[in-house]
Design a protein. Structure first.
Length: 272
């Protein structure tokens, strides 16, 4: 892929995840700059990955061909308005913010720039990310490919044709690592109550999770329900556990949680 000069505005969790994945995939550290108001996260990024750092967003943007907007949604307007002091022409913008539409970002930036909205997730740090991308019509094929390749460095990507589908990506992939963590936490808590120590309880649930994820990835020809059936002996222990989930509305619970994420993303579009 092209190695364009890229600035991350905001050096928080998600920027760190993407930068970490990019550098380990061979993106040159000297082409990456992170800007953040406070020092500690910048120093950590510089020490860990050898990238450029600055506390001045304008300096980062002036030297960049690609600008990744990676601040919290509630700060986006203030940050983008400030960026207007730099000449933004010719730069590609990539937003990773949840709940801020492309048109609204253009308004915040005060122009009509090539802009790709994306929704990554934190496993990007391990090269196991999943990112949804949406490009509106003024994004050139070259910029579109660059954005896809960039996030493709840190995992898998899926383009959506309708911007609203980014909210579906949030529900299914952006937020969902946290759903799995909550599930694992609940399992570990129960394993602790059963008498396992912390280390063993963690090992039991994390290895089962890793193995299950690998089975899903390596058996693309099998439906998820088939993988479930392979574990479930008739009238056995798994059936007892799964019946408890089903009787207590696991599917409605998951559906409701994903819809809650979508609803919140829509509310954020109105708020910010
Ligand atoms: N975390 C996740 O799993 C995902 C997050 N996102 C999106 O990524 C974006 C960032 O989220 P996340 O990384 O989790 O949040 P963080 O709070 O970890 O990071 C945001 C960073 O922005 C910095 N910041 C604050 N003010 C400014 C400013 N004026 N200029 C530049 N940087 C500033 C903060 O610095 P300081 O702490 O010093 O104030 C902080 O380091 C959000 O829009 C979110 O919707 C998208 C997908 C997944
Ligand atoms: O919780 C959030 O709003 C962000 C977006 C997806 C993951 N974290």
């Amino acid at each position: 892929m092209q190695h364009r000069k890229i600035a991350f505005i905001g050096a928080g969790n998600m920027s760190r995840s993407i930068i970490s994945g990019m550098v380990s995939s061979g993106y040159p550290a000297e082409a990456i700059t992170a800007a953040n108001p406070s020092r500690p996260k910048l120093d950590a990024l510089s020490n860990d990955f050898g990238i450029n750092i600055t506390q001045d967003n304008l300096e980062a943007v002036r030297n960049a061909e690609v600008v990744v907007l990676a601040v919290k949604p509630q700060l986006m307007e203030e940050v983008c308005k400030h960026l207007q002091q730099a000449d933004l022409n010719g730069k590609l913008f990539v937003s990773i913010a949840a709940g801020i539409k492309a048109a609204r970002l253009q308004q915040m930036l005060g122009g009509d720039y090539p802009l790709v909205r994306t929704m990554p997730n934190t496993p990007s740090a391990l090269g196991k990310g999943m990112t949804g991308l949406y490009a509106d019509s003024q994004v050139s094929d070259t910029d579109r490919s660059f954005a896809g390749d960039l996030l493709g460095q840190v995992g898998d990507v899926a383009w959506v044709d309708e911007e609203d589908m980014i909210n579906g990506v949030i529900a299914a992939a952006g937020s969902s690592p946290a759903y799995f963590f909550l599930f694992l936490e609940s399992m570990q808590d129960e394993a602790l109550r059963m008498g396992f120590d912390r280390e063993t309880s963690r090992k039991l649930v994390q290895q089962a999770c890793l193995g299950a994820a690998e089975m899903v990835c390596q058996n693309q020809d099998l439906e998820l329900s088939e993988l479930r059936a392979q574990v479930t002996s008739k009238a056995g222990t798994t059936a007892a556990a799964l019946n408890h989930f089903e009787d207590n509305g696991i599917r409605e619970l998951v559906s409701g949680a994903m819809q809650a994420a979508v609803t919140r993303a829509k509310e954020m579009s109105d708020e910010f």
